[in-house]
Design a binder for this molecule. Structure first.
Ligand code: UDP
Length: 314
């Protein structure tokens, strides 16, 4: 049994990680300042004596008593709408928060896995994206606050490994969806699903020809768990290579939810990446991992979750 700390533990992915590690028999401490995280995501875990929650802003200091075997650093606003609204907090948690998390890992002798992102590739000029690609990021654009914070995170993580011998791992997470995404976080999955379930127009940005590749959260968590317990040091893409256009994705959600919604086109946000698809050759080779959940199955589970949240029957 290990003692594991999850920063951003009340968030979408963080809460699923807490659940997974508790299920595997570990002790889990979730830390979250609840800026974009939600206590409801972890409410069902409080009755487990192996679970505890600390409401703390990790950009100041992370105080945890006792030993730690592993840290998963997942605290950050994670949707383009959130990091446009919270640009400084996004930069601070990716830089100062990462520094604190790495310092804690050094102090406790813990392995630390940091949540990096496909956004380090920016609007990629290489497709699909493999880990050796350095990316195409606009540092001064509106998304730069997230992209550069995560790039700094990776650099700081490697510096702690090289200079202090900290046992580090870097996951580059691609678009992930599933229950506990925030209804109003502005990302495409909650937006389209809530719009479809309310028979409101589906807001496709641009002409919908931009692509994304969507991974169900349980697949992601399996990949992250394998990465944590491996000794891999270099960044590993974790995502589902099943690529589609946003227009195709809108049509799929309309069909799966049995909605009467029509598509409505809106302006494309600045620096919105045109394409995105992970090359997961490395994850397959190093972790023996690849996604198992089909898009239809994952979307059906997520639609049920939003139905319940919205109080829609069925
Ligand atoms: N998008 C859209 N309509 C929405 C929300 C998002 O067409 O209501 C598009 C967005 O422009 C992007 C893609 O869907 O091309 C994925 O956006 P999201 O905010 O989920 O995350 P991103 O992958 O851009 O980080």
């Amino acid at each position: 049994m290990s003692r594991i700390l999850v920063t951003g533990g009340a968030g979408f992915i963080g809460s699923h990680l807490c659940e997974r590690f508790l299920g595997d028999g570990h002790e889990v401490i979730a830390v979250d300042n609840l800026l974009t995280g939600d206590r409801d995501n972890i409410a069902h875990l409080f009755e487990n004596p192996a679970f505890s929650f600390l409401q703390q802003d990790i950009t100041n200091y992370i105080y945890v008593s006792g030993p730690l075997d592993a840290i998963l650093h997942f605290a950050s606003p994670a949707s383009p709408v959130d990091y446009l609204e919270l640009p400084i907090q996004t930069l601070k948690v990716g830089s100062l928060g990462t520094h604190k998390a790495l310092g804690l890992a050094k102090e406790k002798g813990a392995r630390i896995l940091v949540a990096s992102t496909s956004e380090v590739y920016g609007d990629p000029l290489v497709h699909p994206q493999e880990e050796s690609y350095w990316g195409n990021v606009n540092p001064v654009g509106p998304r730069g606050v997230y992209d550069e914070a995560k790039r700094f995170m990776e650099a700081m993580t490697m510096a702690y490994r090289r200079s202090h011998g900290v046992n580090t791992a870097i996951a580059r997470i691609f678009n992930t969806y599933g229950p506990r995404m925030r209804m109003r976080d502005g990302r495409v999955v909650p937006n389209f699903m809530c719009q479809a379930l309310k028979d409101e127009p589906i807001t496709v940005y641009g002409d919908g020809s931009q692509t994304r590749s969507f991974c169900f959260v349980s697949d992601l968590v399996e990949g992250l768990t394998r990465l944590l317990w491996s000794d891999e040091a270099d960044p590993v893409n974790v995502g589902n290579p099943n690529e589609m256009t946003i227009l195709q994705f809108a049509e799929k959600i309309i069909a799966l939810s049995g909605s009467g919604s029509q598509i409505e086109y809106r302006p494309l946000p600045e620096d919105d990446p045109q394409v995105r698809q992970p090359d997961i050759t490395k994850a397959k080779a190093v972790l023996g991992w690849e996604p198992q959940v089909s898009l239809d199955e994952g979307l059906a589970k997520t639609i049920s979750y939003f139905k319940q949240k919205l109080g829609v029957a069925g």
